[in-house]
Design a protein around this ligand. Structure first.
Ligand SMILES: Cc1cc2nc3c(=O)[nH]c(=O)nc-3n(C[C@H](O)[C@H](O)[C@H](O)COP(=O)(O)O)c2cc1C
Length: 226
């Protein structure tokens, strides 16, 4: 089986637990060949927010200025990259074609090769500068996918919450996963008593709304004034 060559870029935004979970998940797969690169601040924030040694996952980790890394060139065949988390400034640099570190260069390569680049930006609030950069990145072919956890699956722990983001990232990469339950995988709940907890189920995004009209929405009670 041909493995997917995947660059995992870990940028300087809060959200290193997302990257930790992604790497952890990738150790359980045999269809992916990951290569990892941190930005300088990404490495520092990982130390603050996760604290473990990222080498423990067994994937190659390249230095932030190591332009000898295979994925610094299109010829090495890496066509998929996720930056998780991605700082606003990292997104802006990628959108402008600035590649003064390996993470930026890897992103530039994926864009020029017309591969799949997913930028999981985490910043709030977003200024006009950020919003313009996001549009520019999207126009250049990147997917801007904010690292925004969702709550409709009734997550019970921080890991559950983190998984709501990582599952969707894996989906976009094209990697089947069961990190979260899919909309429609369980019968839709009919009406429940006020105050009852939502069942542990997840609407998988886009078409969650219409499917639950007249029932209890994962986003709240519909049609009952709340
Ligand atoms: C502890 C810490 C947390 C940060 N969190 C964020 C963040 O959530 N989002 C963001 O856009 N920048 C954040 N920054 C700022 C970026 O790290 C900084 O702008 C950096 O230059 C981004 O570039 P990089 O992604 O290449 O590391 C943070 C910085 C530090 C030190």
């Amino acid at each position: 089986m041909r493995k997917l060559k995947l660059v995992v870029g870990i940028g300087g935004a809060s959200g290193a637990p997302y990257a930790r979970r992604l790497l952890e998940h990738l150790t359980e797969r045999d269809d992916v060949e990951p290569a990892v690169v941190f930005s300088v601040n990404g490495r520092q924030i990982w130390a603050q927010e996760v604290g473990t040694d990222p080498r423990s996952y067994g994937f190659p980790i390249y230095g932030h200025k190591d332009f000898q890394a295979p994925f610094a060139s299109g010829s090495a065949g890496y066509r998929t990259m996720v930056v998780l988390p991605c700082s606003a400034s990292g997104m802006a640099r990628i959108a402008q074609g600035v590649s003064d570190d390996l993470l930026g260069r890897a992103a530039e390569v994926v864009l020029k090769e017309q591969g799949k680049l997913i930028l999981c930006v985490r910043e709030t609030p977003l200024s006009q500068v950020h919003l313009r950069a996001a549009l520019l990145a999207a126009e250049a072919g990147a997917m801007v996918m904010p690292a925004s956890p969702s709550f409709y699956s009734n997550p019970q722990s921080m890991d559950d919450l983190v998984d709501t983001v990582v599952a969707r990232v894996l989906d976009r990469i094209g990697l089947d996963n069961e990190l979260m339950e899919r909309w429609g995988s369980q019968p839709a709940p009919l009406r429940r008593e006020a105050g009852a907890r939502a069942p542990a189920r997840v609407a998988s995004g886009e078409d969650a709304g219409p499917a639950i009209a007249g029932t209890i929405s994962p986003f709240g009670r519909r049609g009952e004034g709340s």
